[in-house]
Design a binder for this molecule. Structure first.
Ligand code: ZN
Ligand code: FE
Ligand code: FE
Ligand code: ZN
Length: 266
């Protein structure tokens, strides 16, 4: 089974489980590496109620070290953060990048416009009144800008904007194409995020069409669960591997010290 690099800890206030439980679950799931990438602090604080504060980074480092101690000689533990792409965040991301010997940084677009965290279930009502076409346009522009920033190793859940099932009419390639150009030029890795299968959209992130385009553009791939509980590590990886192969992928990538290597898909 490939590595699982996208996972959370209780420091973000909406995930459960301790480091030893995650390590045991990772071993049980048979993933080759367990990567921790909790929601990074964002400025100004408190930014929202679903991430750690910068004053909690030390606790996060301790959490990672506990996982390493428990996993010793049994499982490689990788460390990262899931950082939010926000207006004028660049200096802060660079600051965070220097705080710990990270193995990778993940970039995510969860916010649009007036600080609308569009994937938060509390905004379901707002979605019903939203111009879906405009929201998608805005989302993909931000996604491309995030890729172009060069701050991240991995770009998370590419089409998260579909989470609640609100999709514009017609062929979605018009959104994918300009974003794909930026992603391919950036050298960033994308993920198949299996959590989408458990959300209202009932589809992995990204859609198969997007994945095929990414493959054709030479964009490397990881598979991740976005686990918010130990039992979710490696969830649906067999299904995701089959999908990756369907899109033409033959390998996935590993990270250590922000350096990338590849390994064949099982
Ligand atoms: Zn989360
Ligand atoms: Fe996310
Ligand atoms: Fe996540
Ligand atoms: Zn995520």
């Amino acid at each position: 089974m490939p590595a699982d690099y996208h996972s959370h800890t209780p420091l973000c206030r909406h995930a459960v489980g301790g480091p030893t439980e995650y390590v045991e679950a990772a071993l049980a799931a048979g993933i080759t590496e367990y990567g921790i990438s909790d929601h990074a602090p964002a400025l100004p604080e408190p930014f929202d109620d679903w991430r750690m504060l910068s004053s909690e980074l030390e606790q996060y480092f301790t959490w990672i070290e506990s996982a390493r101690t428990h996993a010793a000689n049994r499982l490689p533990i990788r460390s990262g953060l899931e950082c939010d792409w926000l207006p004028d965040c660049e200096g802060w991301i660079e600051d965070l990048a220097g705080r710990y010997p990270w193995d990778y940084l993940i970039g995510s677009v969860h916010y649009l416009g007036d600080r609308w965290d569009f994937d938060n279930p509390k905004w379901l009502g707002r979605w019903a009144e939203t111009d879906v076409e405009a929201a998608w346009s805005r989302y993909w522009e931000e996604y491309a800008a995030m890729a172009e920033s060069g701050l991240f190793d991995i770009l998370a859940h590419p089409d998260l904007i579909k989470k609640f099932g609100f999709r514009p009419e017609g062929d979605l390639q018009r959104f994918y194409e300009p974003a794909m150009e930026a992603i391919a030029a950036s050298g960033c890795v994308i993920e198949i995020n299996t959590a989408g299968w458990h959300k209202p959209c009932a589809e992995q992130y990204p859609a198969l069409d997007f994945l095929r385009m990414a493959r054709d553009a030479g964009v490397p791939l990881i598979i991740s669960s976005d686990a918010h509980a130990p039992a979710e590590l490696g969830r649906d990886f067999h299904r995701a591997i089959a999908l990756a192969k369907d899109a033409g992928y033959t390998e996935t990538v590993l990270f250590e010290g922000r350096q990338r290597s590849s390994e064949p898909l099982p």
